[in-house]
Design a protein around this ligand. Sequence first.
Ligand code: FE
Length: 185
Amino acid sequence: MVLELKTTAQVVTLLESGSGSLYFGEAVTQLEHALQTAALAERSGAPDALVVAALLHDIGHLLHGLDEQAADRGIDARHEDVGESWLASRFSPAVSEPARLHVAAKRYLCATDPVYVSGLSEASRQSLTLQGGPMSDSEVHAFERTPWAQDAIRLRRWDDAAKVPELRVPDVTHYLARIDQYVEE
Ligand code: FE
């Protein structure tokens, strides 16, 4: 229980460290983006683990300490990998896997859903190139067979919508019990 509280406290510290930095090229901070993604998941009736995954999907940005100019400088932070190893060592796969796969889900949706592509923000279009562009047909088929891929796709759509300036959503404390519930150390 002590360890669980420790991880939850780390999560709060990391997320709150994102209150001062803009989310890569968007008009919201990293903390606002995380809270909006989680709120959209909750509003969609997602299972608790997926709500937690939505809250933590970009934790790699905050672990890495790269600023919002990274995409402009042509640096792919590989934040899903950094975040995935941090999450995978602390959380159930129902949380860590959708987070790990959320960039792959963007490449999947760009290959399979023309409406999705037309709705991407400018910054998200720019980072797509750094992330490998749309998936090939064989990548699409492999992704569809990956466990947690459908959760990652749902998460991705909330992620893309979670960029609304000044939106009022619940704060981190709203999610503490659910974060605790999925800690596995
Ligand atoms: Fe995100």
